[in-house]
Design a protein. Structure first.
Length: 246
């Protein structure tokens, strides 16, 4: 990691966001970790240790995105890296006709507002700050292999939109020396996938035979946020052990 001093990671109280924030902090980067629950974020910051600042922020409240990015930048003394990690699953399965036909507008909006709307307006706020301060920054969006599969419901729709936004914004703001890319994990060993610490990593539907780990995603994130990967532009790297190959 070179010439990167400050970062924000949303949805970082656990899972992928926590692992990325921990990896960044270990490189000497000061990281603000965000989440909706103050107690969870405080615990995460304590677990990571030095170079970590907890901040309560519900990214689904898109009207405050610019204000919150400005607050983060003020507390950090700048903003070099922004990781859009916060996201939610649909409340019900998207893999049955019955679930699709009973999805409510409220359920649809909840997923889209966190997974797509928030990503867009957080990118917007981060890019505006970086351009205004002439920062050659880096934005990394954590999407999903669901964005590369047939879309059935809100979750898949939100992820394909996020992947496409990453591609478009990556191209649009490359001339401002702002690098925008994404990572699309497959099944990851997290509580969101009903995996808990101590559970086996085996996964029968992944060709390599096991879950991807959060730490592996964090290692990929470090590379993509490094100057060595500067020519990656608008790319979303599928990182799933072959899960999405059909």
């Amino acid at each position: 990691m070179t010439q990167r001093k400050t970062a924000v990671v949303t949805g970082a109280s656990r899972g992928i966001g926590f692992a990325i924030a921990k990896a960044l902090a270990a490189k000497g980067i000061t990281v603000i970790i965000t989440g909706r629950n103050a107690e969870s974020i405080d615990r995460a910051a304590e677990a990571i240790g030095s170079n970590t600042i907890p901040l309560v922020w519900d990214v689904s409240k898109i009207e405050i995105a610019e204000k919150m990015v400005a607050e983060c930048a003020n507390r950090l003394g700048g903003l070099d890296i922004f990781v859009n990690n916060a996201g939610i699953f649909a409340q019900r399965s998207e893999w049955s006709k019955e679930s699709l036909l009973s999805t409510t507008p409220k359920e649809w909006r909840a997923v889209m507002q966190t997974n797509t709307d928030a990503l867009f307006f957080c990118m917007q706020a981060a890019v505006k700050y970086m351009r205004a301060h002439r920062i050659h920054g880096n934005i990394l969006n954590i999407t999903s292999v669901a964005g590369n599969a047939p879309v059935y419901g809100a979750y898949g729709a939100s992820k394909i939109a996020s992947t496409s936004l990453t591609r478009g914004w990556g191209r649009m703001f490359a001339s401002d020396h702002i690098t925008i890319n994404g990572i699309a994990p497959g099944p990851v060993a997290t509580e969101m996938n009903n995996w808990h610490v101590g559970d086996p990593l085996e996964h029968s539907k992944i060709p390599f035979g096991r879950f991807v780990t959060c730490e592996e995603i964090a290692e990929l994130a470090l590379y993509m946020l490094d100057e060595k990967a500067k020519m990656l532009c608008g790319e979303t790297v599928i990182f799933d052990g072959g899960y999405a190959i059909r």
